[in-house]
Design a protein around this ligand. Sequence first.
Ligand SMILES: NC(=O)c1ccc[n+]([C@@H]2O[C@H](COP(=O)([O-])OP(=O)(O)OC[C@H]3O[C@@H](n4cnc5c(N)ncnc54)[C@H](OP(=O)(O)O)[C@@H]3O)[C@@H](O)[C@H]2O)c1
Length: 386
Amino acid sequence: MTLRLSILGSTGSIGRQTLDIVAAYPDRFRIVALAARSNLDLLRQQVSAYRPELVVVGSEQDRWRIDAPTVLAGVDGLVTAATHPDADLVVIAVSGNSGLRPTLAAAQSGKRIALANKESVVCAGELLMRTARTHGAEIRPIDSEHSALWQLLALPHRRAELARVTITASGGPFRTLTPDQLESVTPAAALAHPTWRMGPKVTIDSATLMNKGLELIEAHWLFGLPYQLLDVVIHPQSIVHALVTFRDGSTIAQAAYPDMRLPIQYALFYPDRVPGSVPLLDLTAVGRLEFYQPDCERFPALQLAREAGLRGGTYPTVLSAADEVAVEAFLAHQLRFTEIVPVVRTVLERHQPIGGSLCLEAILEADDWARSATREVIARRQAVHG
Ligand SMILES: NC(=O)c1ccc[n+]([C@@H]2O[C@H](COP(=O)([O-])OP(=O)(O)OC[C@H]3O[C@@H](n4cnc5c(N)ncnc54)[C@H](OP(=O)(O)O)[C@@H]3O)[C@@H](O)[C@H]2O)c1
């Protein structure tokens, strides 16, 4: 059977790897929609290779630059792609909070969603899961740790038997740096991740460990797990992606070479497992697997994210939006690496939360507020520190 795909974020790291899998199994997929923002050269190549009916670009003025039956722009275009009536599966691989509206719209349309965009779960976890349940949508996680948890938690068990649920973090490129060395980290060094090849935002988040903090919140919502059960360990080899420990002392782990094509492929083919581009794991060749406690002094993002998750309401949205703006400022050399998390903390401290059950408007309002508050905090720092 041919699966018809709509891919949001097709020019990004996850989007390109999704199309690698489509290219490896051309009889199994048809592309009905592709969406990206600014990489028009690559988007044009993808359009000519896959001939989608709908293409979405970032801005109105770029619409005429793409030759396709329908070309739309902006967030409304993303929503149209996410709810395309012909799409059997919607891959949401845009970065940052721009994934929020299309993901919710796909859930409201009862779509099958292969979800890479963790930020939408972080911001709207409760609303998203409730909407998906109400409209019969299915969410298949693409994040490698959550794909691992999806597989592990499908094993027969009762919830009360879970003693601990652990996701791993590579620790990023600066795991062993001293606080002084961290002060002078450059964007170029932060973008060179030791084990994963990813887009810029998630790569910087991996270096600060904010990525793992966002993933804790993502795991909480996707699998309905209380934060007390959720744990993070540093595992530099990135071979073990998640572990589930039962109260009898038994631990089951999911392991594979670090290659996003595996979790993407699992989400596309579920429940089938097909041979792919990832070699079979040879533990004797890997040799050594190491696990460490995260250092919360040098990498405070993890604890900050856990606190935001525990506070709930609009705090996770503010965490995610403030982080997005702070990461952009770091990449633009306007903020030091070690300032990213303190800026996010300052914005969280200023936030007047909206509690209880959240609607989309409240989340978007918190997102807007956090972005301008973060820009203000960064501008003040620049005025003081030059
Ligand atoms: N990369 C990984 O290995 C990995 C692993 C786990 C989870 N994730 C998650 O997957 C998501 C995507 O990550 P990535 O690494 O693939 O990011 P990326 O390489 O930066 O790609 C982002 C994609 O989204 C598009 N995009 C961004 N903002 C958009 C907007 N406002 N409207 C339309 N398109 C927009 C980009 O288009 P243009 O490039 O054309 O501007 C690009 O196609 C993130 O949420 C990330 O946390 C990624």
